[in-house]
Design a protein around this ligand. Structure first.
Ligand code: SF4
Length: 355
């Protein structure tokens, strides 16, 4: 693909580098070339805003100062520290990847994009970030910010969610990269997209690229980039049964291939539509079991990328000991529960009603 040239083509990267020098945020992972720290920050920042990811980065670096520390940690501890960040497969892959690097690479990250991309949980974006930031390999990072800046500045209308679009933007991004300063250039274009050429209300009037920007000249900032793929959202109805006996509550580890694998929640009745509570509680029907309903929560809505969870929590107090309960799980004290890795939905409920 050949980019149509204007007076700004040659200067695009120079302008971005100058802008970056003056405007970059002071962030801890920008002060290091250590691939472990760069990798950690990039995995944490996927699907996450900097302000939200920063405390998690600090917590991980504090708890696991080296890749060996991370590889030797228990998955439970890693998931517990990840609690609240979502997309828990990232944490599991983090662990898997750290073990593999310790075992197969003697704890040292490979120093080429082509090797990095083979590691678990490392896709084109993260491999490019590590290869360019740490080893100055001229390979472009292409995240949502980069798509936006390129689409607007060059007036590219190809759908960024299509495979054709992904390919095209990657080719352009790799043509634009500053081969002498690939590390700073990659940081600069991402930072520019994050804080200047923002999705809504970009700062066009103070933009150093405005005179060459297709979107500014044609008033298409709100139309670019084009993203056509609509994500289908599935509604799921979760009725959690909180069973308390002698001050302890049953929780269970989620093992199925589903959301929140490895995290702890409560015995669950899932339905495809709203259900009444009496029907849900039939799961506890056992002639010798006596319980009283202590509390029924309001509906909590929890939004994930492809799913909308409608959750209600029904707390029951079981009154007779030594009985076979018709649900799976283990009784935990409140202290033990607080140490378990849990989805944020469960954590919020516990904080509001139990702790
Ligand atoms: S002029 Fe506006 S749309 Fe164009 S690059 Fe600058 S901030 Fe983005």
């Amino acid at each position: 693909m050949h980019l149509s040239t204007n007076n700004f083509s040659a200067n695009f990267s120079d302008i971005l580098l100058k802008w970056y020098d003056l405007n970059k945020r002071d962030l801890p992972w920008r002060k290091t070339k250590n691939p472990y720290k760069i990798w950690l920050s990039e995995i944490i920042l996927q699907q996450t805003r900097v302000i939200q990811g920063l405390p998690f980065y600090i917590s991980f670096i504090t708890n696991f100062p080296t890749i060996d520390d991370l590889a030797n940690a228990s998955e439970k501890k890693i998931l517990r520290l990840w609690q609240g960040l979502g997309y828990y497969s990232r944490a599991k892959n983090l662990h898997k990847c750290s073990k593999l690097i310790v075992k197969q690479y003697s704890g040292k990250f490979p120093n080429h994009y082509s090797e990095l991309i083979k590691l678990p949980g490392i896709g084109p974006y993260t491999a490019a970030a590590i290869a360019s930031f740490c080893y100055k390999e001229p390979v472009a990072v292409v995240d949502g910010n980069v798509f936006r800046v390129i689409a607007r500045f060059w007036g590219i209308k190809t759908d960024i969610a299509s495979s054709k679009g992904i390919k095209k933007f990657n080719v352009i991004a790799n043509q634009l990269i500053d081969r002498n300063h690939p590390d700073t250039y990659n940081q600069a274009i991402m930072e520019f997209g994050a804080i200047h050429c923002t999705p809504k209300n970009p700062s066009c009037n103070s933009c150093p690229l405005m005179d060459g920007c297709y979107s500014y000249l044609n008033h298409t900032q709100n139309q670019l980039p084009v993203k056509l793929k609509k994500i289908k959202i599935k509604n799921r109805y979760f009725y959690y049964i909180i069973i308390e006996m002698n001050g302890e509550i049953i929780m269970k580890e989620r093992e199925d291939k589903d959301i929140w694998q490895g995290l702890y929640d409560f015995p669950l009745v899932e339905t495809i539509k709203k259900e009444n509570i009496e029907t849900v509680l039939k799961v506890l029907s056992n002639k010798s079991l006596t319980f009283i309903i202590d509390n029924i929560s309001k509906e909590y809505k929890h939004i994930l990328t492809h799913q909308r969870i409608h959750a209600r929590f029904i707390k029951v107090d079981v009154q007779n000991n030594n009985i076979d309960l018709p649900v799976e799980g283990i009784f935990f004290s409140k202290n033990e529960m607080s140490e378990l890795p849990k989805p944020i939905l469960i954590n919020n409920y516990l904080n509001q009603y139990i702790f």
